[in-house]
Design a protein around this ligand. Structure first.
Ligand SMILES: [Zn+2]
Length: 485
């Protein structure tokens, strides 16, 4: 690829130490995406602070801006970085963990035998390293904005601060919440509510105006950390707890992040508890709305889809997780036709959103036995335009998912030499059929270079890997001995 190492290092130093000095990326193949997607051959981007200040050809921008330091992309494809609409940093230590007993036969058993044992074994240090493992993975795969849903029932208080600290060390951006549930009794349900409230209040009190008029106002006011109010799922929440959550979330001005109808069991539970299906039960409780994220919605019927659309509630789609748990396939196209806001998450799978896009592209075709189902451009729209719109729920001034003046300088560099013509129009199919994770060489978040030449610049990957392996072994031991309650 022929990088100019010296210049890249200068850019890295400059972007981390003097964040407002402009710098220029040249000789990139730029896929701009956005409303009027273009592919600029030999393109250039001017980055200033956290934002893209100009987009054009290398000739245009080097003439207009002769002074800034340059990063020669040497013909790499540069795309907006990815956003993940629903994930679980706390699940990283599950990789390769043996679950004693008979294999789980359905989602409730998977929850009881795996996730509700693992999450109770997590100390605050485990929470930190589990998050760091996911953040390393996110940087490696060009995913810079993540919407997380956290659980650590024996280490609730302060857990969101620990995760926020890790996200800030990484240089990424995340919206965090703690999942409230009745599954561990009223005391832990109350502690979960308190953690959401405490964390939201701490973010508000940390907001400071810019210290100088010379600083760009948006980037300085724009904290990389945001919050929502976490709820596990209808099937582990009583009416009383839901009411407490609605009252508490209202006090701190948060929307909700909750699993909805991931499995038929959620519907059966809701019908027996309330005589209503899940979406209607949650609506009556005051949970739905344009600032609420409903993960999965696999088992929703037409009236529920209509209600999700009417309330402007966000639905996230996680096809890899749905396949893994054998729960079914969400009616994404029906939801889109009805006007539901649908975004793409990963539910704790790898933060390589290209892999999630591939799964979404394939599974609907198989499920419907129709190769016309879920076309590539629709998958692309979910992953970029919709995820970017969802991110504005948490960061109202942020423009992600496109390369244009004023958008966030969140970028991913891909060493991808197309063997067939590549255009703005056929880009989705190049991503779905041509691109592999190994092509990703560099990641930039809010104008800061987090990885170059596949090497992380903000996190000590080797140290994190070694410590997480030790901690995960101890967590597995506590889980297998049943010493956590
Ligand atoms: Zn989930």
């Amino acid at each position: 690829m022929g990088y100019n190492g010296r210049k890249v290092w200068e850019v890295v130093t400059m972007a981390t130490e003097t964040p407002n000095r402009p710098w220029l990326i040249t000789h990139a193949r730029l896929a701009t995406l956005g409303d009027d997607p273009g592919l600029i051959e030999d393109g250039a981007l001017l980055v200033q602070g956290a934002h893209i200040a100009a987009v054009g050809t290398s000739t245009e921008l080097t003439t207009r801006y002769p002074a800034p330091e340059r990063w020669d992309a040497a013909g790499q494809l540069v795309l907006p970085a990815s956003t993940c609409a629903h994930t679980h940093f706390y699940g990283a230590f599950a990789r390769g963990m043996a679950i004693p007993g008979e294999p789980a036969a359905n989602l409730p058993q998977i929850l009881e035998r795996l996730w509700w044992r693992l999450d109770k074994a997590l100390t605050l240090e485990d929470v930190r390293y589990s998050a760091l493992v996911c953040l390393v993975d996110a940087i490696h795969h060009g995913t810079t904005t993540l919407i997380d849903h956290h659980a650590s029932p024996t280490s609730i208080e302060g857990s969101l601060d620990v995760i926020a600290g890790a996200v800030q060390e990484a240089g990424l951006r995340a919206s965090l919440c703690y999942e409230v549930t009745d599954r561990d009794g009223p005391e832990r349900a109350r502690a979960g509510i308190a953690e959401n409230v405490r964390f939201a209040q701490s973010l508000t009190s940390n907001l400071r105006p810019p210290i100088s008029n010379l600083q760009p106002p948006i980037s300085n006011l724009q904290s990389p950390i945001s919050a929502s109010f976490g709820l596990h799922a209808s099937l582990t929440l009583s009416d009383e707890t839901l009411a407490d959550c609605v009252a508490s979330a209202g006090e701190v001005g948060l929307g909700f992040h909750i699993h909805v109808a991931e499995d038929q069991a959620d519907q059966e539970d809701s019908l027996s508890k309330s005589g209503q299906r899940v979406v209607h039960r949650l609506h009556d409780a005051g949970i739905l709305g344009p600032r609420t994220v409903a993960a999965h919605c696999v088992h929703v019927d037409e009236p529920e889809i209509a209600l999700l659309a009417e309330t402007g509630t966000w639905v996230t789609h996680q096809p890899r997780s749905n396949m893994n748990n054998g729960v079914g396939v969400a009616p994404v196209e029906a939801m889109l036709r009805a006007g539901v806001n649908v975004a793409l998450g990963n539910d704790g799978f790898s933060n390589q959103m290209f892999a999630e896009m591939k799964a979404a592209y394939l599974v609907h075709k198989l499920w419907q036995r129709d190769p016309r189902a879920m076309p590539g451009d629709v998958v692309m729209r979910l992953a970029y335009a919709h995820n970017a719109r969802l991110a504005r729920v948490f960061w109202p001034d942020l423009r992600l998912g496109e390369l244009c003046e004023g958008a966030a300088a969140d970028l991913v560099f891909l060493d991808y030499a197309p063997t067939t013509p590549l255009t703005a129009g056929n880009l989705p199919w190049h991503l779905l059929f041509g691109l592999e994770a190994s092509a990703i060489t560099a990641t930039v978040c809010a104008g800061r270079v987090l990885m170059r030449d596949r090497r992380l610049l903000t996190l000590d990957e080797e140290g994190i890997t070694a410590r997480s392996r030790e901690l995960a072994a101890a967590v597995w031991d506590r889980v297998s001995r049943g010493t956590v309650v």
